[in-house]
Design a protein around this ligand. Structure first.
Ligand SMILES: Cc1cc2nc3c(=O)[nH]c(=O)nc-3n(C[C@H](O)[C@H](O)[C@H](O)COP(=O)(O)OP(=O)(O)OC[C@H]3O[C@@H](n4cnc5c(N)ncnc54)[C@H](O)[C@@H]3O)c2cc1C
Length: 490
């Protein structure tokens, strides 16, 4: 205990209700920056602050660091996807036909083996990063005692108290679990439970056609599971260019996925080992298993935010300034999914870094106007910039160029029959306005478009530059030439 701690104990502040939760004998340790949650925003902020020479503490209530991103979200779902594509021989079916399989009977064990190896590796890397940057980590659930102190309660009930100069709330989200949905972890699961599957179902209902629902629905469909995707609204993934969604839907229908859009779920029941989803339209969906993936909520209810003068909204989210990620209490920041849109690991990391820099007075250039979205469905989609719908709304005169992957030599070599790229250019300035890709490699290919877009590039970049051959990236040139033809052909 240092002298400051001793002085604090000798001179107790007037008792507040939260102090009653902490035994008087508990000493307080101080840090410059306390980060609650070790997901992408928390870990990036912690490392940034440590690099600025600050004493940093990361509190994580999970057994290992990494957050939703490493343990139940991004990395598990992407590993599962990769495993499914490899074991099913999905990428080779263009050549060898739809019946082609690398492994005939794919079991849950096959899927889980690679998952656990990947997660272990990810956690090792993160722990090493913390150690290398002298970030202190502690395992336990954090709760505010007042604007500058938190208590951390371990699994065994041990309580410790920490004082911080600055804080980052990076607690993320958990799946929304309505009370009337009979979650049992066997037949009706949420997106955390689906990665700990006991068996592969023959049929699956997915409720919620957001990014998570669509990704899992298409991954299971690639495993030959009969999938029905249920969505209350009549459209889905509305932030994606509609032409891309049409192409995507066409591919999914073609391989037998079913869609029940535009009708709310009345109730879900488990009967004789099957799930039944009753829709307001009167239709009923029967399947062996059901994934409920309609929404997530911030994990703020146990943070005792009132003790530091903050509150959360009905979805558990904390309000921040969109540029600095400062809350209404200036020394407390929040970043990642707990602040809401866009709720991506990629953007969460950047938010964490911005928050740490702002907290310690390091100027940051403004964030680029556009960031990419990756939707790791099968097939994958990725998009940056404005959609055609947005361009129309803004009354910008524009033209589009389209390239099909089957038009590229690389596409022939890979046996691709599907996949497309759509580019949108301003007619007056020839500036690139948006790039939208569905198909193999979309989430990697998008970064070429991102660079040109954020650097203010035009159609000419794609026409004048040489691209590696044969590559899928050639689609950029083909789409740009297509746009040029539409813009200037006699
Ligand atoms: C199925 C799925 C797939 C996804 N796929 C992608 C993708 O492909 N690409 C992408 O960019 N994003 C993806 N995401 C989103 C991505 O995972 C999140 O945006 C990201 O994890 C949010 O990071 P975060 O910093 O908010 O913290 P999180 O990763 O949410 O972690 C928060 C951490 O805080 C801890 N915590 C909570 N409360 C306390 C407390 N009181 N005390 C101590 N610790 C606490 C939690 O245990 C958790 O470890 C996916 C999400 C899901 C669910």
């Amino acid at each position: 205990m240092d002298m400051q701690d001793q002085a604090r104990l000798d001179d107790p502040a007037p008792a507040r209700p939260c102090d009653l939760l902490v035994p008087a004998s508990v000493a307080t340790q101080s840090f410059d920056f306390i980060v609650i949650g070790s997901g992408p925003s928390g870990r990036r902020a912690a490392i940034q602050a440590a690099k600025l020479g600050r004493r940093v503490l990361v509190v994580e209530r999970g057994r290992r660091v990494g957050g939703v991103s490493v343990h139940t979200g991004t990395i598990p779902s992407k590993t599962l996807r990769e495993t499914v594509l490899n074991l099913t021989g999905w990428r080779e079916r263009g050549f060898y036909g739809r019946a082609y399989r690398v492994k005939k009977d794919i079991s849950v064990k096959d899927l889980m083996a690679r998952l656990h190896m990947t997660l272990d590796h990810e956690v090792d890397v993160l722990e090493h990063q913390f150690a290398r940057n002298t970030v202190t980590q502690i395992c336990g659930t954090a709760m505010f005692l007042d604007p500058h102190r938190i208590s951390v309660t371990s699994d065994t009930g041990e309580v410790r108290v920490f004082e911080g100069d600055k804080f980052l709330i990076a607690v993320g989200t958990r799946p929304h679990r309505p009370k009337d949905v009979p979650f049992d972890g066997h037949h009706v699961l949420d997106s955390d439970e689906i990665i700990e599957l006991e068996r592969l179902p023959r049929s699956l209902t997915v409720i919620g056609a957001g990014v998570i629902g669509v990704e899992y629905a298409t991954i299971f469909s690639a495993l030959d599971v009969q999938v029905t995707l249920v969505e209350a609204r009549s459209s889905f993934l509305d932030f994606i260019d509609h032409e891309l969604i049409e192409d995507f839907l066409h591919q999914l229908r073609d391989r037998g996925m079913s869609f029940r859009f535009g009708s709310k779920v009345q109730r879900v029941e488990i009967q004789n080992g099957h799930t039944l989803t009753f829709l307001e339209s009167g239709r009923r969906v029967r399947s062996e298993m059901l994934l409920y993936a309609a929404g997530r909520e911030g994990v703020t209810d146990r943070l005792n935010l009132e003790a530091c003068g903050l509150s959360f909204d009905d979805r558990g989210r904390v309000k921040v300034d969109g540029k600095s990620f400062q809350t209404s209490i200036p020394h407390i920041y929040a970043a990642g999914d707990v602040v809401g849109f866009p709720s991506l690991a990629s953007t969460s990391m950047e938010q964490g870094r911005i928050a740490a820099c702002h907290a310690f007075g390091i100027p940051m250039p403004p964030a680029p106007e556009f960031f990419p979205y990756g939707i790791y469905a099968v097939p994958e989609m990725s998009t940056i910039g404005m959609t055609e719908e947005q361009v129309k709304q803004k009354h910008i005169a524009y033209e589009c160029g389209i390239a099909r992957f089957r038009e590229t030599s690389r596409g022939h070599i890979m046996g691709l029959s599907a996949g497309m790229m759509k580019m949108i250019f301003a007619l007056e300035t020839r500036k690139l306005l948006g790039v939208h890709i569905v198909g193999e490699g979309a989430t990697e290919l998008i970064h070429i478009g991102q660079a040109v877009l954020n650097l203010g590039g035009t159609l000419d970049y794609f026409i004048e530059n040489t691209f590696n051959y044969p590559t899928l990236a050639e689609a950029y040139k083909i789409a740009a030439l297509d746009a040029w033809n539409r813009m200037y052909r006699p």
